[in-house]
Write a protein that binds this ligand. Structure first.
Ligand SMILES: [Zn+2]
Length: 222
């Protein structure tokens, strides 16, 4: 389902899948671990950044500032033109996609592009996706780069960095690779929380915690 092909050959199925997810994410209140994590992050002397492959926007709904986020796979709360007619990305806002839960097909009218009137799609990086508009994520990455460069002068003077990584598996290893790259670059520590895949490469300093995210947060950040 997570393929741009669905939007091309059967948009009511593509939007059936993503419209249903959008409603589920809207109805879900992020658990208390998000707030604990935010308070910890805000107490750090040089600030923090979130790097996530989650597309649900729950960090922001838990209070994380928009300008401290890198969403490497995009965010379901933003849309783009399926044809990318003008490189525009816009917020879905309160608009709803009605899904018939018997057929899991979205009901017309489907979200459309405000520029050309054609089909819109979530601004999410799907599998085999050559049409994703990555401009929003690229802006986030530029902000992250500036922040990282600003703390690197501190790490030379003994400041330490830490990465708290939660539930990032090896199947799609983008987040794991990012954590390892950041720790190697800033000589930081990695705390890898994962119930099944908590292993850290030998050359990195860190702690392996075979726990779920919420339990680990509650134990680490009281
Ligand atoms: Zn368009």
């Amino acid at each position: 389902m997570a393929s741009p092909d669905r939007f091309a050959d059967a948009p009511e199925i593509g939007w059936g899948f993503y419209g249903h997810r959008l409603e589920l994410y809207r109805e879900t209140v992020p658990h208390g671990g998000f707030g604990q994590l935010l308070r910890f992050a805000q107490s750090r002397s040089r600030g923090f950044f979130v790097f996530t492959s989650n597309v649900d926007g729950h960090f922001q709904s838990a209070g994380f500032p928009e300008d401290r986020m890198v969403e490497c796979h995009g965010n379901i709360t933003h849309l783009q033109c399926f044809e990318n007619c003008g490189d525009r990305i816009w917020e879905v806002g309160d608009s709803r996609v009605v899904v018939d839960t018997k057929t899991m097909r979205a009901v017309e009218p489907l979200p459309c592009c405000p520029s050309c009137g054609g089909l819109a799609r979530p601004n999410i990086l799907m599998f085999g996706d050559w049409g994703w508009n990555g401009a929003r994520t690229e802006c986030q990455e530029q902000r992250f780069r500036r922040w990282m460069e600003s703390i690197e002068t501190g790490t030379e003077k003994g400041l330490r960095t830490v990465v708290l990584e939660f539930g990032a598996g090896t199947a799609v290893p983008t987040v794991r690779r990012f954590s390892e790259w950041f720790c190697a670059r800033t000589r930081g520590h990695l705390i890898r929380v994962n119930p099944r895949e908590a292993e850290i490469p030998d050359q990195l300093a860190g702690v392996e915690l075979a726990l779920g995210a919420r339990e680990a947060i509650e134990r680490l950040l009281i």
